[in-house]
Each structure stands twice: as structure tokens, then as C-alpha cells.
Design a protein around this ligand. Structure first.
Ligand code: GLN
Length: 447
């Protein structure tokens, strides 16, 4: 049914970059046969899952929507992909994204523009735009994305689906092509909170192959999901309601807070005084790490190699010049600059100190509240082409999501309403480290 839905809608939405119908159907038949024979079937029981093209899939091209990796076929599966198969989930296809996960609209893909299923003139958000659009177009009930500064939550908000970034270290990054390693996390998108909980449960857990993954047991996120949280304390951050926040988005989240109140939750005003620095700190730290991570794409270790060179230096620079798109180049230049000998103290090391202050603010806040509620991003889905030549506005898309990455915290975006123009609006909830269970239950109460 989902393959049929792809054939009916994906020529308009263009979420998928690759579909292997035969393998998917074979796996589905296998799960079905085992079920018929009364054998045990994993918790994902044959569900089709769309995979962001940033996750390594053995024998299946993994491009990061970049010309640089156009011909890269990984010889191994990412840990999350392995776990999906073990749980009997089925990869239905690989989906589009901003090149190397840099962007907020999926327009930085080197291959195609994905459209928002709610309005085909709008972007699906990004960088996991293909993952969100696939779920919204009902071509997959769930998908995997990655979130470095908001790339799961913002597209979930744009496309009216649920998207969750887990605590840093909850999910293995092994086989996730690195953008900014201290911020990147893989997470689920789904058409409801239950789907997100089910998928998160399947992919979470310690992994020897990722030294930053945390050796902590994975609770069952689905088993007590339906139990409402008694006495839930929700933090409302006073710094969040500023110029630049769309009126309808503000109204919708404020309505959502009232719904929580009517369910018995307590709203508590809090302050995150350093949150105003989060975009600035992120756009120092993420490009710095990216410039280092992307050094491996030199046409020799990895990636596209130019055909047109006279000597070694020319070979390196032309390969990188031809392989990377504009935004990726901008990030590499920013990153190499802020890490360079004369500037590292003023920029990179300063940003790390700000990052610590942001985390301290959250630690204080979570002494008073269980979760923090906010808009997911300041506006609803914008038009294709509307922001792509304005990197500053694009970076401000992340103003509500980035601090959770800087502080390593879990965050979820859940649909909260629809604008007058018919575009979805999400509500974001952020929790204390490893409180995914509480976050999912809080989101489910509202759903
Ligand atoms: N929009 C942010 C950026 O461009 C976040 C991307 C992400 O989370 N991968 O860096």
C-alpha cells in the first residue's frame, strides 16, 4: 500500500531519492510468512520506514544529497539500520535532505527539491525534509532523520508530523555521516507519538562502536505511554516571545498551554537568560566541527575526484570545489576561520563557554519544571525559493530548537494546530537528559 502511495504522490512531493521495491517486498513477505507460521516477529513487525540519506546502508548508495558522495556505496550498515532490521522494520527507501544536513528547507540538496505535502509551493523544512514529507504524504508511517540544530523537529512542525531528537548519547551515531559530532543525533519521525515511541525504542541503546553513546538501559517507551502525567510542571520561557515570532504560531502554542492546564498541568514562568546566544554559539560550533569532519572528502580518502588537474593541490581543491554546494562551502570557510590560530580563542573557545552557560540555565530550569514548552520554529512552512538566498533568516529558523542540541537534551515537536493558510503548526517540548519517556507521555497527553 505504501509503495502504491509512493507511485501516486512522490512525483509531486519528491521525498525519495531511492526506492528498492523488490527488496522491500521480499522482506515484507518474509515477515508475513513468519507471522503466519506463528513464529515471533520483531516489534516493528514489517512497518515500512523511510531513511534519511545520511545513514549508511550496506550496498545501497548513501549520498547525503551531495555530489561529493553521489557514488558512495557503504560496505556496512549504520547501527540504527541494523537495529531496524533486527526489529523487523523495513527500509522502504532513502529520502532527500539538505546537503550534509546543512539547512532548514531541503533546498540545499544537490539532486532535487522536496515539496511540502500540505502545500506543494512550500518547503517541507529541513534538513530532514524528505523524512517529514514522506510521513506527511503517507508514503511511510515513520522515518528516521538526524538533528544537529533542529533538523528533525522543524520539518516535523512544517509537515504536521511528530519528530523527536533524543538525548545526546541515547542513540548510536555509528554510520551516521558526521556533520557536527558533538550535536548530531538520529531520531524518529512518525504520524503519531506512539509511532515515534515505538521507533525510538527500537533504535536506542549503548553501542560499542560509538564512544559517545551512553551505557544506560532503554526503558519501554510504549508501555506506559497512555498514562497521563499527574502534576506535570511545564516551563514557559519568557525570552521566547519576541519579535520575529509569527502571531499565529504564538497563538497556537499559547492555546496548547491552555489545553495542558485543562488537563491538570501547571504552567510555570521560567527564564533561560543565555538562550539569546544560542544561534550565535551554534553557528560557530557546528561549522567548526563540520570543517573538520568534511576534511575527509578530498577525492582520495572519500568522495568525488575531479578529472581535471595538473598536480596534487589542484586535484584536492578542484575535487572539493566541484563536489560541495554553496552552503557546505560557506560552513567550511566559517569553521576553518573560527578554528584558525588567531581566532580560536575569540570564537570557538568562547562559543564553548557560552554552550556551558546554556546548559547550566537548563539544569536550573529542570529543578523547577518537568518539561519546557515553546514553538518549534518561529514561522510556518515558507515558500520554495523564499529564503534560500538569505542565510541569516535561514539560520534564525533554528532559534527554538538549537539550544536542546547545545545542551544535549531531548526535544519533540508535536502537531498543535493549522494556520489560516492551511499549514501545520507544531509545539515543542524539551526535557531533562534521558527523560524521553516523560517527554513522549507529555506529548501523547496533548495529542
Ligand atoms: N538548520 C540547522 C543547520 O543548518 C540545523 C541542521 C540540522 O539539524 N542538521 O545547521
Amino acid at each position: 500500500a505504501h509503495l502504491e502511495q509512493i507511485s501516486q504522490t512522490d512525483d509531486k512531493v519528491e521525498a525519495y531519492v531511492q526506492i528498492d521495491t523488490e527488496t522491500a517486498l521480499k522482506k515484507a513477505a518474509d515477515v508475513d510468512a513468519r507471522r503466519q507460521a506463528g513464529e515471533s516477529v520483531g516489534p516493528l513487525g514489517g512497518l515500512p520506514i523511510a531513511i534519511k540519506d545520511v545513514l549508511c546502508t550496506k550496498g545501497v548508495a548513501t549520498t547525503c544529497s551531495s555530489k561529493m558522495l553521489e557514488n558512495f556505496i557503504p560496505p556496512y550498515d549504520a547501527t540504527v539500520i541494523k537495529k531496524l532490521s533486527e526489529a523487523d522494520g523495513i527500509m522502504i527507501g532513502k529520502v532527500n535532505m539538505d546537503e550534509f544536513a546543512m539547512g532548514s528547507s531541503t533546498e540545499n540538496s544537490a539532486f532535487k527539491k522536496t515539496r511540502n505535502p500540505w502545500n506543494l509551493e512550500c518547503t517541507p523544512g529541513g534538513s530532514s525534509g524528505g523524512s517529514a514529507a514522506a510521513v506527511a504524504a503517507m508514503t511511510a508511517p515513520m522515518s528516521l532523520g538526524s538533528d544537529t540544530g533542529g533538523s528533525i523537529r522543524q520539518p516535523a512542525h512544517f509537515c504536521g508530523v511528530v519528530g523527536m531528537k533524543p538525548t545526546y548519547g541515547r542513540v548510536s551515531r555509528y554510520g551516521l555521516v558526521a556533520f557536527a559530532s558533538s550535536l548530531d543525533q538520529v531520531g524518529p519521525l512518525a504520524n503519531d507519538v506512539h509511532g515515534a515511541a515505538l521507533l525510538l525504542e527500537a533504535i536506542s541503546g549503548h553501542d560499542q562502536l560509538d564512544s559517545t553513546s551512553v551505557p544506560k538501559d532503554v526503558p519501554s517507551y510504549t508501555s506506559n505511554l497512555e498514562e497521563p502525567l499527574k502534576g506535570l510542571k511545564i516551563g514557559i520561557v519568557k525570552e521566547h516571545y519576541v519579535d520575529g515570532l509569527d502571531g499565529e504560531v504564538e497563538l497556537t502554542v499559547r492555546e496548547a498551554y491552555k489545553v495542558y492546564e485543562s488537563l491538570g498541568a501547571e504552567l510555570i514562568d521560567i527564564s533561560l537568560p543565555n538562550s539569546k546566544y544560542c544561534v550565535a554559539a551554534y553557528y560557530i560550533i557546528a561549522p567548526a566541527e563540520a570543517s573538520s569532519n568534511l576534511a575527509r572528502y578530498d577525492g582520495i580518502h572519500y568522495g568525488h575526484r575531479t578529472e581535471n588537474f595538473e598536480n596534487m593541490v589542484e586535484m584536492y581543491s578542484r575535487s572539493r570545489g566541484e563536489g560541495f554546494g554553496t552552503e557546505v562551502k560557506r560552513r567550511i570557510m566559517l569553521g576553518t576561520y573560527t578554528l584558525s590560530a588567531g581566532y580560536i580563542d575569540a570564537y570557538y573557545l568562547k562559543a564553548l563557554k557560552v554552550r556551558r552557560l546554556i546548559r547550566n540555565d537548563f539544569d536550573d530550569a529542570f529543578k523547577k519544571v518537568d518539561v519546557i514548552a515553546s514553538p518549534t520554529s518561529p514561522n510556518t512552512a515558507f515558500k520554495l525559493g523564499g529564503m534560500i538566498n538569505d542565510p541569516m533568516s535561514m539560520y534564525l529558523e533554528d532559534i527554538y530548537t538549537i539550544s536542546a542540541n547545545l545542551a544535549g537534551l531531548p526535544g519533540i515537536s508535536v502537531p498543535a494546530g493549522i494556520s489560516k493558510e492551511g499549514l501545520p503548526i507544531g509545539l515543542q517540548l524539551v526535557g531533562a537528559p534521558f527523560e524521553e519517556g516523560k517527554l513522549l507521555r507529555a506529548a501523547r497527553m496533548f495529542e
